[in-house]
Design a protein around this ligand. Structure first.
Ligand code: MN
Ligand code: MN
Length: 458
């Protein structure tokens, strides 16, 4: 008899010991990736090295593309597109999986160093949607680049090795917090108080400024002067390591899982997918957390440029063909969703919520309130994706971000849908999303990888 009820069952049930081993093995590679990549630039480096190791070539050095060729394009060292050329013409449609590699964080301001109350600090400007109080009194690391006026690039990572110092943002002691404690959570810590403590020893030159001593140390170690911060991109990120979570080690706790969890699954999927009829394209975008803006964000025309390059090098380009490619293409927008938090269940509508450990999450639509800003996948396309997952034993759940009136969010889905593709959001449910320490299930991480791989091959 057909299963007339849609029974939602935990993914850990009904798996073989072999599958369980695969899931746990996969999470080891993922945890290593997270520990190496806390910024979009570090993720870009990792992607380039993995793609090179697996036979992908920079599209700029290739003049002709044929079936089976593997290429990538690096955009300003902050975002990457990769493709495996399939059997058919691109105008029959391509299979796209798109994730993003930027995460919420604190960027340093252009003139970050200052001294106040006899201590040296960095001014920061937060990037993406954060709950500011979560970023105080935790160990922080500094990652990024300083580019000197002559073009010299200095890469900085400090706070990750056990011997490194870390940084922190201080908070008021409870004894004196009566006034602060009466404020709203969203107002108790303001953006201008997210100042990072970086030193306390004054310079020994008569002026006795702590700031001068820090500048001297930075000059000795990195050869930079204060003015070089003008041309830098330095990010303050949590210094926590990614860790196995729970007695059963079934979960991963780490910074930056939105959206590097889907980026890792997308990378592994395109590296392992069997060559198919359709050309497969993986997107690793920057700037999703602030609206996909700028020339490294998904709203720029850099993606069109990449697809045009493939069309040129396959001798398939002609006026209007790009529109036809998009019109016939399908995409999984590989971004995280909200898993039900046992402490905050009232934010979810349980019939349409995702639970961690119940498989990869499909969001037919995102948006806010009355579906404002939503990219809403067509039923026919949802059916097609379901079919791919069901016939390949990929466990999935269909959900919304949370209760209708509470808020909402979006991904890069609408940008590719605007071009004419069929797009649906498909990613890993996360608890404590956008916090310094996000939680995912290893079962879902592996399910997302399988989902992306079978979608590429379809
Ligand atoms: Mn995201
Ligand atoms: Mn996000």
């Amino acid at each position: 008899m057909e299963n007339i009820r849609n029974e939602k069952k935990c993914g850990w049930l009904d798996i073989t010991p072999e599958e369980k081993n695969k899931i746990f093995d996969f999470s080891e590679g993922y945890i290593d990736f997270l520990n190496r990549c806390k910024t979009e630039r570090e993720a870009t480096s990792y992607l380039i090295s993995k793609l090179n190791q697996n036979g992908f070539k920079d599209i700029n050095v290739i003049s002709n593309l044929n079936k089976g060729d593997k290429v990538y394009f690096v955009n300003r060292y902050k975002s990457v597109y990769a493709a495996v050329i399939g059997d058919e013409a691109l105008s029959n449609g391509i299979n796209v999986v798109g994730a993003h590699i930027d995460s919420p964080r604190l960027d340093l301001k252009p003139s970050p160093i200052y001294e106040d109350a006899k201590l040296a600090l960095f001014k920061t400007h937060y990037y993406g949607g954060i709950k500011k109080y979560q970023w105080t009194t935790i160990p922080l690391a500094l990652h990024g680049v300083v580019v000197k006026a002559d073009g010299t690039r200095i890469e900085i990572v400090i706070g990750e090795d056990d011997g490194d110092p870390i940084f922190t943002i201080t908070d008021l002691l409870p004894h004196l917090s009566q006034e602060q404690a009466s404020k709203k959570l969203s107002e108790a810590i303001d953006g201008e108080s997210l100042n990072v403590l970086i030193g306390s020893i004054p310079s020994n030159d008569g002026k006795n400024l702590v700031k001068d001593n820090i500048l001297k140390l930075l000059n000795e170690k990195y050869g930079i002067n204060e003015i070089d911060f003008y041309s830098s991109e330095l990010e303050i990120v949590p210094a926590f390591k990614a860790r196995h979570l729970g007695f059963d080690k079934s979960m991963v706790a780490a910074y930056g899982q939105d959206d590097r969890v889907c980026a890792y699954g997308t990378l592994e999927a395109i590296l392992n997918a069997k060559l198919g009829r359709k050309t497969m394209v993986a997107i690793f975008a920057d700037k999703e957390e602030i609206g996909s803006v700028g020339n490294t964000g998904m709203r720029s025309e850099m993606f069109d440029y990449f697809i045009n390059e493939i069309l040129n090098k396959k001798n398939e380009n002609r006026p209007g063909i790009l529109n036809k490619v998009y019109c016939n293409s399908m995409m999984l927008s590989a971004d995280v969703g909200a898993g039900v938090d046992p402490n905050y269940q009232s934010a979810s509508e349980k019939n349409n919520a995702s639970y961690i450990g119940y498989g990869v999450e499909l969001n037919k639509y995102t948006g806010s309130r009355g579906k404002s800003g939503a990219s809403d996948a067509n039923a026919e396309f949802v059916a097609k994706v379901r079919g791919i997952f069901e016939s390949n034993n990929v466990k999935y759940q269909v959900s919304e971000l949370g209760k209708v009136d509470l808020g909402g969010g979006g991904t890069i889905a609408y940008i590719l849908a605007d071009k004419g593709m069929d797009v649906i959001d498909c990613g890993v449910p996360v608890i404590s999303m956008h916090s310094p320490y996000e939680v995912t299930s290893k079962f879902d991480i592996y399910s997302a990888y399988k989902a992306y791989k079978y979608f590429f091959e379809s």
